[in-house]
Design a protein around this ligand. Structure first.
Ligand code: 13P
Ligand code: SF4
Length: 300
């Protein structure tokens, strides 16, 4: 009953405030299926944030996603329901670290994962997401790039391209915990299971999966291939959301929770709209430079 009160209140507040809710694939089903207007992977959220007519954007996801929505919509109010919704990747690198890398590798372009602060994006040549990282790296037409901050994403992309990639030592605290032994155990216990892994997982683990891609790519794979038995090696809510759309498919559910994504709840989405909090702001100088890096990515 408390869910339905919050859901009704949120739907009314969205109309009153001319607001949209953008929700990442890792949000819980009651957010993802009941109140979100736009759902998707990081890339889809960036693209769709640009085309909304609404005056207020509530980002049901983590802080870097809200910052990116604000970068692309400087005139709009962008709200994040809990300021503590961070990301271990975003925390792994600073703008100063990039300046240091540029000194160490002069002339080598810096490709920065969107899972970073606006400050870090502002020091970068171009952004990428897990959905377009290979295309972004290859679009630059250079033999070498620096790709940061996710070491495993960089290594997984390096395995698919001739471009030489220098990585940073950041990791996603959720995906780094999956191991090849997890996959072997799953295959033993669930014969025929199709294993889909996010590219933030360690490369030796991705090498044993049947498919690797962003959250949207995993969801599309299930949609297209309709494997009878599948496991999504990623954050827990992802399987919950996809499984609700595919009752005919057996989802095996070992997963890891992202504590940052889980800070967002129906209750704090409601408070965000009622109390206009927490408004995301970015210093104009940083925003100008960071926006360029995101726009270069979107132009590909
Ligand atoms: P994607 O949805 O772009 O695959 O990103 C996964 C992730 O960990 C976001 O925080
Ligand atoms: Fe960051 Fe990993 Fe959580 Fe995504 S799942 S927000 S990459 S810690």
């Amino acid at each position: 009953p408390s869910f339905s009160n919050d859901i009704e209140a949120i739907l009314a507040l969205k109309r009153e405030r001319n607001a949209v809710i953008l929700a990442h694939n890792y949000q819980t089903p009651e957010i993802f299926h009941c109140v979100a207007d736009i759902v998707g992977d990081s890339l889809a959220l960036v693209r769709k944030a640009m085309s909304t007519e609404a005056e207020v954007i509530v980002l049901a996801g983590v802080h870097f996603m809200a910052e990116t929505a604000k970068l692309l919509n400087p005139q709009k109010t962008v709200l994040i329901p809990d300021l503590r919704a961070g990301c271990s990747l975003a925390d792994s690198i600073t703008a100063e670290d990039i300046r240091m890398l540029r000194q160490r590798y002069p002339g080598v372009p810096v490709v920065t994962y969107v899972n970073t602060s606006a400050d870090v994006k502002g020091e970068s040549d171009i952004c990428c997401t897990s959905g377009n990282a290979k295309a972004v790296v290859e679009s630059l037409g250079v033999p070498k790039v620096i790709m940061l901050p996710d070491e495993y994403l960089a290594q997984n992309i390096a395995a698919q391209t001739k471009v030489q990639i220098t990585a940073w030592k950041g990791h996603c605290e959720v995906h780094k915990r999956f191991t090849p032994a997890d996959i072997r155990q799953l295959r033993e216990g669930h014969p025929g299971v199709m294993v889909l892994a996010h590219p933030e997982c360690p490369p030796e683990m991705v090498a044993e999966a049947d498919f690797s891609g962003s959250t949207a790519a995993m969801s599309d794979y299930v949609e297209r291939q309709k494997p009878p038995r599948v496991v999504l090696m990623t954050e827990c809510s992802m399987s919950d959301n996809v499984a609700l759309q595919h009752p005919e498919i057996e989802f095996i559910r070992p997963c890891n929770l992202c504590p940052h994504m889980k800070r967002i709840t129906l209750a704090n989405i409601r408070s965000a709209l009622e109390q206009n909090r927490h408004e995301v702001t970015i210093e104009p100088d940083i925003a100008g430079r960071a926006r360029l890096a995101v726009e270069r990515m979107l132009a590909i």
